[in-house]
Ligand binder design. Structure first.
Ligand SMILES: Cc1cc2nc3c(=O)[nH]c(=O)nc-3n(C[C@H](O)[C@H](O)[C@H](O)COP(=O)(O)O)c2cc1C
Length: 279
C-alpha cells in the first residue's frame, strides 16, 4: 500500500511547472485535469478544482481491486459508498471520511505505474511469480529495469555481468523445458532474462552474477514486473543455446513479465532464529 495527497488548484499546468522547475519534482502521473508529482517518497497530487487550496484528499492506493474491496469491507461504516470504476481516471475507488471529516480515498490504478514502492514494501512484497499476463513488456520499462541494475555491487566494481534479454519464442520454450516443472514458469512469461558473469572481468563471477540477478528481481518488482529465480539446470546446455561463452558463470534464468497472480506469502522463520551476535 502507498499513498498520496491530492490538493485543488485553479491552474494545473502552472502548478506542475512550478513544482518541476523550482522544486525539481518529477511528473509521476498525468491524468489530464489531475497530476501527481514525485519527490523521493513524496507523491503530491493536484486536481483542477475550485475550493480551499489546502483542503485535500488523502488517497491510499493498492495493487489490486481485491485489496480495495477488502479495505472497503473493513471500513464500510466510514465509506460513502461501495468501490466503483472511474473510467476518466482509470481507477477503482471509494471515498470515506476520517473522524474529523477529512476526505479519504482508497483506490487501485487500472493501468501501469512508475515505481512508487517504499524500500520496506519492496523488500517485503517481492514474491516469486510464475503466472504472467499475456502482454509483452513495454520497451521503456525494460530499460528502466536495466538502468536500475547498473547499481548492483560487484567485486572490485568490476561490472562483469551480462543480462541477456530473451524475447525469441523458441528460446523461451527451450529454457522452459530445461528442468521440467521447475523451469516451466518461463513459458508463462513474454520474455526471460539470463544473468551471467565473465570471469575475465569479474574476480568473483558467482557472487557478482547472483547479486546482479537479485538486484534485477528487486528492480523488476519496483517497476511492476514479476520474476522467479530458476535454479538448477544444465548450465552448459543453456549457455550454448543463448550464445554465451561456456566459461561464463550463469546465475539464473528468470521469466520477466507483468504478474497475473498474487502468490501466497510463504512463511519465514522468526528473525531471532537466524541471527547470532558475537558481542
Ligand atoms: C537459488 C534459488 C533457486 C530457485 N529455483 C527455483 C526453480 O527452479 N523453480 C521455481 O519455480 N522457483 C525457484 N525458486 C524460487 C523459490 O521457490 C522461492 O524463492 C521460495 O519458495 C520463496 O518464495 P518467494 O520468492 O515467493 O518469497 C528458487 C529460488 C532460489 C533463491
Amino acid at each position: 500500500m502507498s499513498g498520496l495527497i491530492f490538493l485543488p488548484t485553479s491552474d494545473l499546468r502552472t502548478t506542475i511547472t512550478f513544482y518541476q522547475s523550482k522544486l525539481g519534482m518529477d511528473l509521476w502521473l498525468d491524468q489530464g485535469d489531475c497530476a501527481v508529482l514525485q519527490h523521493g517518497n513524496l507523491l503530491l497530487g493536484f486536481c483542477e478544482r475550485s475550493g480551499d487550496p489546502f483542503e485535500g484528499i488523502i488517497t491510499l492506493f493498492y495493487e489490486t481491486q481485491e485489496e480495495v474491496d477488502e479495505t472497503y469491507q473493513a471500513l464500510e461504516d466510514l465509506a460513502e459508498g461501495p468501490p466503483k470504476e472511474n473510467e476518466a481516471y482509470r481507477i477503482y475507488h471509494f471515498f470515506a471520511r476520517d473522524p474529523e471529516g477529512r476526505q479519504l480515498e482508497f483506490q487501485t490504478f487500472l493501468h501501469d505505474l512508475r515505481p512508487y514502492l517504499s524500500g520496506r514494501d519492496l523488500l517485503e512484497t517481492r514474491r516469486s511469480i510464475r503466472k504472467f499476463k499475456d502482454e509483452s513488456v513495454a520497451e521503456e520499462l525494460i530499460w528502466q529495469v536495466i538502468e536500475l541494475c547498473r547499481w548492483a555491487p560487484s567485486s572490485r566494481n568490476s561490472q562483469g555481468v551480462t543480462y541477456t534479454m530473451i524475447r525469441e519464442r523458441d528460446a523461451i520454450d527451450f529454457l522452459a523445458g530445461v528442468r521440467d516443472s521447475s523451469s516451466a514458469p518461463i513459458a508463462a512469461a513474454p520474455m526471460a532474462v539470463a544473468v551471467s558473469a565473465d570471469p575475465e572481468i569479474s574476480g568473483r563471477p558467482e557472487e557478482d552474477a547472483c547479486i546482479a540477478a537479485y538486484h534485477l528481481a528487486l528492480a523488476a518488482r519496483l517497476s511492476g514486473l514479476g520474476t522467479c529465480w530458476i535454479g538448477g539446470m544444465n548450465r552448459d546446455e543453456v549457455k550454448k543455446r543463448l550464445g554465451l561463452p561456456l566459461d561464463h558463470y550463469l546465475a539464473t534464468v528468470t521469466p520477466l513479465g507483468y504478474p497475473a497472480e498474487r502468490p501466497e506469502v510463504k512463511p519465514r522463520k522468526p528473525a531471532e532464529s537466524y541471527v547470532r551476535f558475537l558481542d
